[in-house]
Design a protein around this ligand. Sequence first.
Ligand code: SF4
Length: 529
Amino acid sequence: MRAEGIGTVRRILCVFPRYTSSFGTFEHAYPLTDGVQAFMPPQGLLLIAAYLPENWPVRFIDENIRPATKEDFEWAEAVFVSGMHIQRQQMNDICRRAHAFDLAVAIGGPSVSACPDYYPSFDYLHVGELGDATNELIARLAHDPSRPEQQVVLKTNDRLPMTEFPIPAYELAEVKKYFLGSIQYSSGCPYQCEFCDIPGLYGRNPRLKSPQQIIAELDKLRECGVTGSVYFVDDNFIGNRKAALDLLPHLVEWQKRTGYVMRLACEATLNIAKRPEILEKMREAFFVTVFCGIETPDPDALKAMHKDHNMMVPILEGIQTINSYGMEVVSGIIMGLDTDKPETGDALLAFVEESQIPLLTINLLQALPKTPLWDRLEKEGRLIYDDDGRDSNVQFLLPYEQVVDSWRKCMEVAYQPEKLFARYQYQCDYTYAQRIKVPVTPEQKSWANIKRGLIMLRNIFWKVGVLGDYRKVFWKFALGRLRRGDIEGLIGPAMIGHHLIMFARAASVGQQNASNYSIRLREASVPAE
Ligand code: SF4
């Protein structure tokens, strides 16, 4: 559904802030693609765009692709912004630029919902999810689009059921310029890991869309030109296991009907390994990647952070089980935990080798507002409010420099090209080999798709195979794939591997942040060229 009954017409400019360099956005891979410029279409802003009254013209700008221009601001009557904590400086900068045109600016999304006080300059704060606050914002702008004299804070008390969410306005985004397509099925998570703000922000009882909505969204993504991979951005795809089981047959059916045009990926807790009935359906639905927040291989640490559910099966066994259904595991890892010891880094590197996981996002612990971790550290006097010059706002129990050095060493060693491609080789041999064989669709055989593949191969061969300083390692891997005619198995690891190697090199010499949340080294107000 969308907001209704509004007689006036307002032109709304939705601006998504630029991300700065981050491990998880794969920007070193973009030059190897056929024109990718950004990571994923932002769900929140595209959802709001779809919810606005039908007669309100909407323009959507992702500043990862191009900056909002003078002409955009002159066109608009109000500006909407949304984003995460790491985009805070960029969001405040969009507000400053919009105010130069005397436009009212509203901000919504996870960052302002957790920390309204980060955004003193905005005219409207939309706190919480889509719901009564959204209707109130629309009504106020319909009545008067000029800037209010004081900041107005609108809080959602009555959330719109997800079954009534409109399909995000994917048609406004240049979907072909994104690395991945995105889709959201659920919101919230039943667990309460100490460091995580999801239960606090979105609740412990996951809310859900219907399978029919998801199928309609997949159809729309396809119509808009998404091919390749689609990522379920839900924080825990199995937050409601029964619902996941209900959805999966629909996904299988859709994949069969469309000829398996999309590879699917999601985030889920590691205890998914205990659910063969879910894993089997995921295999059939062509899920190829699962991001698991493993966080640490240390059982004492998992207990301390209230992530005991990661120990429902032995961790390595759980990873192997998921792999046996054709799904590569991507893992989140946290360093700087209270349970860390001087030898934690070495134990982590041993785990990386044993697990054979190619891609692990290794971050320093950061305390987010609205988390049990924040409350505990605040009581213990271990929160650092002015964290400029540091990569974390946590006073670690080990010396700060020791923790950061250990992180840098882990990044350096884990992403040495030889080690990384050996892990990818394992995935080819033991994980990818377990995937269902999908038919070659007319879309895949189309000239446009072949051309796309050839452009990517040309870029990879030239930039990595000829100019790259790890070309010997690359060719050893690539020739193996080429001999098997496995072009997809070559392109994916080559692109992602290149990003990981480049990012880790910068990280190991202190040129990248040790936390995805730290704003050190992040530039403010630099929209895409
Ligand atoms: S399982 Fe994941 S989403 Fe759920 S509370 Fe823990 S970290 Fe957050």
